[in-house]
Design a binder for this molecule. Structure first.
Ligand SMILES: Nc1ncnc2c1ncn2[C@@H]1O[C@H](COP(=O)(O)OP(=O)(O)OP(=O)(O)O)[C@@H](O)[C@H]1O
Ligand SMILES: [Mg+2]
Length: 340
C-alpha cells in the first residue's frame, strides 16, 4: 500500500489537514479536554463544545499558544487522535507541515519533532514557511513575483509577510488575533454594562457585526451574567460597542502593516503597490476587513476565497506538484536555510 501524505496547518484555534489519499481537506478545533488534570476526556470539536460549560474537574485546554506549540505532549496526543479517529491512520506516512517564520528555531523544531517522534512513525517530515503556503494557496506565482504582501489574520496571531522572487523578504508575527478581539469585546461589555459574557459569545458578536460597513443600528441579544445582581440573564449589545472594542487591536494590525511596508526595499514596495495586499486566515472572513485595510494602508486589498484553509490548500498544491516541492524543507537537511 502506498504511503499517505498529510499536509498540516496547526493553528492556535483550528487544525487544518490535507489527506492526500482521500484527497480531502478537513479542520477541527485545536482543543483537548482533560478530566482530573491528566485523563484525556475529549479532543477536537467535541472538546471545544465543552468550553466554558464543563464542570470544574474538566479542564479545556488549547495546546497551541500564539502560533507555537505550548503543550507539546497534549498537542501530539491530539494530532494522533484526530488523524486516527474514523479516518485511516497510516504509519510510515509523509508529513508536510506549515510553520510560522518569525519564531525561534526551538519553536520551529517543535513542529518537526511533534510528528517525527509520535506513534505515527513518520517516514518523512518536511516544513514549509506558512506564508509561502498561503501565497501558493492564493495562486500567486511565488517564484516570479517581484513583491506581494500577505496578511494572515488567525485565531491568536496576525502574520505579515513580504514575498518576492521565491522567498521571504520580511516577516512579522503579531500576537494579535481573533482571541484578542474577543477579549477586548468581553472587557468593554463588562465595563459599560456590568455584564459578563463568555469568549464564545464575544466571538458570535464579532462575527455577526463585522467592521466598516454602513450598518449602525444593529443589536444582538446575548446570554451572560449581570455583575451587580449575579444573576444570569440576556442583554442587548449594540454593534457600535463591539466595533469600538475592535478598534484598538485592528489599529495595531494596520500600524504593523504600515511599518513593515516602510521598511520594505523600494523596488519590492513598488511591486506591492501594483500587486496589492492579500488577506488570509479565519478572521479575514470578517465583513469589511478588506475595505478597512485598503482605506488605512492605501493599497488594493483582496481576500482569499476560503481564507481559513488557504495555507493548507497551498500545502496540498506543494504535495501534488513536483515543481512546488522545492518550497518544502527537511529540518535535518544540510541545505536547511534557517539553521545556517
Ligand atoms: N465568519 C467569520 N468572521 C469572523 N471571524 C471568523 C469567521 N470564521 C472564523 N473566524 C475567526 O477566525 C479565527 C480562526 O482563524 P484561523 O483558523 O485562521 O486561526 P488559527 O490558524 O487557528 O490561528 P493562528 O494562525 O493564529 O495560530 C477565530 O478567531 C475565529 O473566530
Ligand atoms: Mg493559522
Amino acid at each position: 500500500m502506498a504511503r499517505n501524505v498529510y499536509g498540516l496547518d496547526l493553528g492556535s484555534y483550528e487544525i487544518k489537514v490535507y489527506d492526500k489519499k482521500k484527497d480531502t481537506i478537513w479542520k477541527e478545533k485545536d482543543v483537548i479536554a482533560l478530566r482530573n488534570e491528566k485523563e484525556i476526556f475529549a479532543v477536537g470539536d467535541e472538546a471545544f463544545s465543552m468550553y466554558e460549560k464543563a464542570p470544574s474537574n474538566i479542564e479545556v485546554v488549547f495546546p497551541m499558544k500564539e502560533g507555537v506549540i505550548s503543550r507539546f505532549h497534549d498537542m501530539q496526543f491530539l494530532l494522533q487522535n484526530l488523524l486516527k479517529k474514523d479516518r485511516q491512520f497510516a504509519r510510515g506516512s509523509e508529513y508536510v507541515v506549515a510553520v510560522p517564520t518569525d519564531v525561534t528555531e526551538v519553536e520551529k523544531k517543535a513542529f518537526f519533532d511533534l510528528v517525527i517522534h509520535s506513534t505515527a512513525k513518520a517516514k518523512e517530515v518536511n516544513i514549509v514557511e506558512r506564508s509561502i503556503a498561503d501565497a501558493i494557496g492564493l495562486n500567486l506565482d511565488v517564484q516570479n513575483t517581484r513583491g506581494v504582501f500577505i496578511v494572515n489574520f488567525g485565531g491568536e496571531t496576525t502574520e505579515l509577510s513580504v514575498i518576492a522572487g521565491g522567498g521571504m523578504v520580511m516577516n512579522r508575527l503579531l500576537k494579535v488575533g481573533g482571541a484578542t478581539f474577543d477579549q477586548s469585546v468581553i472587557n468593554l461589555v463588562r465595563h459599560s454594562h456590568d455584564f459578563l459574557i463568555g469568549r464564545h459569545t464575544a466571538e458570535v458578536l464579532r462575527k455577526s457585526f463585522g467592521i466598516f460597513t454602513n450598518e449602525v443600528e444593529a443589536m444582538l441579544t446575548v446570554a451572560g451574567r449581570d455583575l451587580i445582581t449575579g444573576v444570569p440573564m440576556r442583554k442587548g449589545i449594540s454593534i457600535n460597542l463591539v466595533r469600538l472594542a475592535m478598534k484598538d487591536p485592528l489599529f495595531q494590525c494596520v500600524s504593523a502593516i504600515q511599518s513593515l511596508l516602510d521598511r520594505t526595499p523600494p523596488e519590492v514596495r513598488k511591486a506591492i503597490n501594483e500587486n496589492g495586499i492579500f488577506l488570509t486566515g479565519g478572521v479575514a472572513h470578517t465583513a469589511g476587513l478588506e475595505m478597512y485595510v485598503e482605506e488605512m494602508v492605501g493599497i488594493t486589498t483582496r481576500t482569499s476565497v476560503e481564507p481559513d484553509i488557504c495555507a493548507v490548500s497551498g500545502l496540498k498544491k506543494i504535495i501534488e506538484s513536483k515543481e512546488l516541492r522545492k518550497f518544502a524543507f527537511s529540518m535535518i537537511d544540510e541545505n536547511y536555510r534557517w539553521m545556517r
